[in-house]
Design a binder for this molecule. Structure first.
Ligand SMILES: [Zn+2]
Ligand SMILES: [Zn+2]
Length: 240
């Protein structure tokens, strides 16, 4: 449990220092390892030990939160900056409109997105598509996953406990996964199947009839990769 008021971890529902109600989730912040060239996520109360779990180097504060920037998005940003492929071999991350290239930040405001017409951007994206590999991205993601493994186990465990608790209020046959074919529902499906030890959990794919063809392809692939899953399709034309 965490007291936001005192920045202090406690076991109780109330903070013994200030009496405030505590919250279950300890906030995190993101640091940067210059040596590994990746972000390290740490709980706020763990920040005294600002060392990289992989190389033991000292870390520098980066941001409150972070997400990976996939090569496709990185190339788009480079095109807007008139420097296509410049950061291809760099470790690129973002928090809102602030991008981090090897730990150095640059804000990409909306004015950049208005700079070129879509036809030009599409032609540039096509031009560099073949060169824009996942070679470097995959290495940084692999190191990031290793360095933040403890954090990953912690949030998986927390999600499993939450799902088990919520599902316990309903009969098993009423528990379904709402599957949209995106990354969030893919993670949700994996967490729910594992938390409930139920590989034949019903997944409902809400097809709005406006899905991208790649989403439909992915839903088919997901189905083939999870043969035990019961897959139902809900056609919802009203949203269209
Ligand atoms: Zn307190
Ligand atoms: Zn490191």
């Amino acid at each position: 449990m965490w007291c936001r008021n005192c920045n202090h971890e406690t076991n109780g529902a109330k903070c013994e220092l200030c009496g405030n109600e505590t919250e279950p989730v300890i906030p995190t912040e993101v640091f940067w390892c210059d040596h590994c060239n990746i972000p390290i996520i740490k709980e706020v109360n763990d920040s005294k030990t600002k060392k990289c779990p992989l190389c033991q180097s000292d870390l520098n504060y980066l941001s409150a939160d972070i997400r990976p920037v996939f090569p496709e998005e990185r190339l788009l940003v480079e095109i807007l900056l008139d420097e296509p492929m410049k950061y291809h071999d760099q470790s690129v991350w973002a928090n809102n409109n602030r991008y981090y290239f090897n730990g150095k930040s640059k804000v990409i405001t909306t004015k950049y997105y208005k700079k070129y017409d879509p036809e030009y951007i599409i032609s540039e994206l096509e031009k560099y598509k073949k060169l824009n590999t996942y070679e470097y991205f995959d290495c940084f993601i692999s190191d990031f996953t290793k360095a933040n493994a403890q954090r990953n186990y912690y949030i998986i465990d927390e999600a499993h406990r939450f799902i088990r608790e919520e599902a316990s209020h309903y009969p098993t046959e009423s528990v379904v996964v709402s599957f949209s074919g995106g990354k969030d529902s893919t993670v949700t499906a994996d967490l729910a199947v594992k938390a409930l030890s139920e590989p034949s959990l019903v997944h409902i794919f809400g097809n709005t009839t406006l899905e991208f063809p790649t989403t439909l392809d992915y839903a088919e692939r997901f189905r083939a990769d999870n043969p035990k899953t019961i897959f139902r399709i809900a056609l919802n034309r009203e949203q269209g």
